[in-house]
Design a protein. Structure first.
Length: 204
């Protein structure tokens, strides 16, 4: 016997219906940087899925290391399969900092946010190029295939910075488009992504 709620089948013969979200993460693609100008995830290219298959997409960063010092790690969105990364975005950005000399700071960073701008949005700032410096974190993009609503996203990153401290950065916002977003690009504000891994997951 099936279990139905408001016209939607939840259980059928003891099994969860295939249309019910489970929250399970599915690894879609892993990209490894090696002096890379950018790391881009484009729907339909190199086995990447970035469409209505999943409700949200999670990108996890592992030991992202820049070729230049004191740079920002950034992202942008595309609605034309990567031909242009220029979706207008409105965002917020704040961070906490703790240096090795025990100096601390916590602040909203007005210079790190965007107001309906097509520029690349900063995920973290001041990343150092020391041999042991790197950044890790997570970026989530919600319902990118919607043709009704704007595209919400958020991130949190931890990094070892050029000032020899830890920086905990928080960013959130939306892509101001009702077109489906089908590509995401990550890059540095200057130089290359010297090394590091980004894994892309889909969540239903």
């Amino acid at each position: 016997m099936g279990v139905i709620s408001n016209g939607t089948t939840l259980l059928d013969a003891g099994a969860l219906d295939s249309g019910i979200p489970t929250g399970a993460m599915t690894l879609i693609k892993t990209l490894t940087a090696s002096g890379s100008a950018n790391l881009s995830f484009v729907d339909g290219a190199a086995s990447v899925v970035l469409d209505s298959t999943y409700d949200s997409y999670v990108f996890k960063f592992y030991d992202i290391h820049p070729s230049a010092d004191a740079v920002e790690f950034k992202f942008n969105l595309s609605a034309d399969s990567g031909s242009n990364y220029n979706v207008a975005k409105t965002t917020t950005f704040f961070r906490a900092t703790h240096l090795e000399d025990d100096t601390t700071a916590f602040a909203y960073r007005t210079g790190n946010d965007l107001a309906n701008s097509t520029a690349f949005q900063m995920l973290l700032d001041g990343l150092g190029d020391d041999n042991d410096s790197s950044a890790s974190g997570i970026f989530t993009l919600y319902n990118p295939s919607s043709t009704t609503f704007v595209k919400h996203f958020l991130s949190r990153t931890s990094s070892h910075n050029n000032d020899s401290g830890v920086r905990d950065c928080f960013m959130a916002g939306h892509g101001n488009t009702t077109s489906a977003v089908n590509a995401v690009r990550f890059s540095m504000s200057s130089g290359n992504i010297d090394s590091g891994i980004i894994k892309m997951y889909g969540i239903k």
